[in-house]
Design a protein around this ligand. Structure first.
Ligand SMILES: C[S@@+](CC[C@H](N)C(=O)[O-])C[C@H]1O[C@@H](n2cnc3c(N)ncnc32)[C@H](O)[C@@H]1O
Length: 232
């Protein structure tokens, strides 16, 4: 059974991400940004229009903008979007919107690339797969990175390895072992509502909606889906 919806209301999720945006002063290394290069390797050549759903403060949108003619980036949190706009002044080809992806209809066959990072667990998974699939042009690529619920001994083993790796990378990139206390407190408040899919659940949903999708487990509690739309 797929756990599709978090128990928090949309208003609660928005308020929590507004708080997270305000306490997170710098955009440094994160367990999501670590996978940006991996995702960018799969963006289609000659990408004209890209869409990012749940763009946060826009770090990945700016990287997409460097290889696309135009990026539409949306997020539920007005504070995230305010900061994203401030940090993206040098990228006139990004258009940021405060927008709830769950209640949005995207134009059909519009985008060459759609990316979403650490966001889908806040949204109805299968509904979003269908929406994103429809919004992609033929030849377009869907890129998903999100958090994973452990379901097996192998997942627990991977997690045990991930802790020291993550701490070492944070120390190397940010000169600290853990985020500051106020950032940890904001995330702890938010994470009480978070629920994630298992790899089996992701694979089952992708087999149905995105034939041929490449679903991968990544070390730091994440999975990715890379899917190229070949037929309408
Ligand atoms: C964990 S953050 C990840 C942000 C960014 N993708 C990153 O990797 O840094 C999840 C983001 O999803 C956004 N979000 C949550 N629910 C959303 C919804 N229904 N529509 C649009 N964005 C949403 C949040 O506001 C938040 O910025």
């Amino acid at each position: 059974m797929i756990k599709t919806k978090p128990t928090a209301t949309t208003a609660t999720i928005q308020a929590e991400f507004d708080r997270i945006a305000l306490v997170t002063s710098a955009e440094g290394w994160s367990q999501n940004s670590y996978y940006h290069d991996f995702l960018l390797r799969h963006t289609p050549a000659g990408c004209r229009k890209a869409l990012e759903i749940g763009c946060g403060t826009g770090a990945f949108s700016r990287r997409l903008a460097a290889r696309s003619e135009h990026v539409t980036a949306l997020d539920l949190s007005p504070e995230m979007i305010r900061i994203a706009r401030e940090r993206s002044a040098e990228f006139p080809n990004i258009e940021f919107h405060v927008q709830d992806a769950a209640s949005s209809d995207f134009p059909s066959e519009e985008f060459d690339c759609i990316a979403t990072i650490a966001t889908l667990h806040h949204l109805p998974f299968k509904l979003m797969l269908d929406k994103m699939k429809r919004a992609l042009r033929v030849g377009g690529v869907l890129l998903i990175l999100d958090l994973l619920e452990p379901e097996s001994f192998y997942d627990l083993l991977t997690s045990a390895v991930a802790y020291p790796v993550c701490a070492s990378l944070r120390l190397l990139k940010q000169r600290r072992l853990r985020p500051p206390a106020e950032v940890r407190a904001a995330w702890a408040e938010h994470e009480q509502y978070d629920s994630y899919l298992t790899l089996s659940e992701v694979r089952a949903a992708c087999n149905e909606a995105l034939p041929g999708a490449r679903v991968r487990r990544h070390l730091m509690w994440r999975y990715s889906v890379v899917w190229k739309k070949v037929v309408v």
